[in-house]
Design a protein around this ligand. Structure first.
Ligand SMILES: NC(=O)c1ccc[n+]([C@@H]2O[C@H](COP(=O)([O-])OP(=O)(O)OC[C@H]3O[C@@H](n4cnc5c(N)ncnc54)[C@H](O)[C@@H]3O)[C@@H](O)[C@H]2O)c1
Length: 347
């Protein structure tokens, strides 16, 4: 197969690229290497994955931009599958400047779909959506406060399902731009018969993730702990997230690609068994590394969900998928990788 990965030099994209290249497929990575700029960090470069992939067989690296439809069309024309991971990824940055967020996430996703629609092969397209599409409706269901964590009330103890409303609430610009892409994916699947997998992702973590305070918090906490940098917690640290190790995510994508499903919208996260309060993550990281970062607290972020747990029963039913890597195991792998690459974290 010919597989295009937009944002392939990013965290998730590079794992997808590596996975398919190792199986002998031809992988075309399209990335404009803008992660650092988009996050307002002109002082650093996040080109580690680009260099890492350049040493692998079967991978073609192309400096390209999803905001440019004319450039995308020939790159997608002969593809069998397109993984669309390229994005402005931070909620905070989208609040500071919604324009680049809209241009890459909404227009960029539309361009990918247009290139797919016009291609001669009509490839399957896999979209990295987000749990943020459910917006502040998640907070409206209320939470139960326990000593060390917030929990969902009983009705939602297995998490938020795909049928949960995305309407009539605050989202943040990032939530809006990603939801725009999510809806366009669904529409192009229905209207133009495109095979589309829409994956509403929870917090994904793993190796080769260049987390910062603004995005990729699990990796950031790991990096900060190992490098002895201070950690700021927005809120009280009792907020709960269902976290998923990146190889489990790639497995879910692959199951869709190999299935007979025409299109699907599905939550993909750690689910109730891998839901942890962020203070617990910090404690686990300290235990694993024998280090402790100074911790400070700040206000809650706008629209931040006190609990998010994905209901992943649909993914199990339609894809036969469930997470395999436990939180402890995943954090160990991530810490091991950071420890071996301390030199690349110049931030
Ligand atoms: N990591 C998570 O926890 C998480 C959770 C939910 C959803 N997502 C979604 O998953 C996808 C991948 O996230 P990630 O964590 O790998 O982020 P990442 O920042 O590591 O990767 C994104 C890549 O896209 C590239 N990019 C940005 N704008 C581009 C453009 N205009 N043209 C081409 N390339 C561009 C960046 O250079 C970067 O390499 C994103 O769509 C994100 O919204 C991630």
């Amino acid at each position: 197969m010919i597989i295009v990965v937009t944002g392939g030099a990013g965290f998730v994209g590079s794992h997808i690229a590596e996975h398919y290249a190792a199986q002998g497929h031809t992988v075309r990575v399209v990335d404009n290497l803008s992660r650092a700029t988009l996050l307002g960090r002109q002082d650093v470069t996040f080109d580690f994955n680009w260099k890492y992939l350049s040493e692998k067989e079967n991978i073609e690296l192309i400096r390209g931009d999803v905001r440019e439809l004319d450039a995308l069309i020939p790159l997608i024309d002969d593809a069998d599958a397109v993984f669309h991971t390229a994005a402005q990824t931070a909620v905070t940055t989208s609040l500071e400047n919604p324009v680049p967020d809209f241009m890459t996430n909404a227009l960029g996703t539309f361009n990918v779909l247009e290139a797919v629609r016009r291609s001669s092969r009509k490839p399957a397209v896999i979209y990295c959506s987000t749990n943020k599409v459910y917006g502040d409706n998640v907070n409206a269901i209320g939470t139960v406060e326990k000593e060390d964590r917030y929990e969902f009330p009983g009705e939602y103890r297995l998490g938020i399902p795909e049928t949960f409303s995305t309407d009539l609430c605050e989202h943040t610009p990032y939530g809006c731009s990603k939801l725009t892409g999510d809806i366009y994916m669904q529409d192009y699947a229905e209207t133009f018969g495109i095979r589309a997998g829409v994956f509403r992702m929870s917090c994904i973590y793993g190796t080769r993730q260049f987390g910062l305070e603004d995005q990729g918090w699990l990796a950031w906490f790991g990096i900060a702990t190992l490098l002895g940098k201070p950690i700021r917690i927005d809120g009280d640290g009792k907020q709960v997230r269902d976290v998923l190790f990146v190889t489990d995510l790639v497995d879910a994508f692959d199951r869709f690609l190999k299935s007979d499903l025409k299109h699907v919208v599905v939550n993909v996260g750690g689910g109730p068994n891998n839901a942890v309060p962020i203070m617990r993550v910090i404690k686990l990281l300290s235990e694993m590394t024998d280090r402790r970062s100074p911790i400070s607290y700040a206000d809650w972020r706008p629209s931040d969900q006190k609990v998010f747990i994905s209901d992943i029963r649909k993914a199990k039913k339609v894809l036969g998928w469930e997470p395999k890597v436990s939180v402890e195991e995943g954090l160990e792998k991530m810490v091991e990788w950071i420890r071996a690459h301390k030199g690349v974290f110049a931030f």
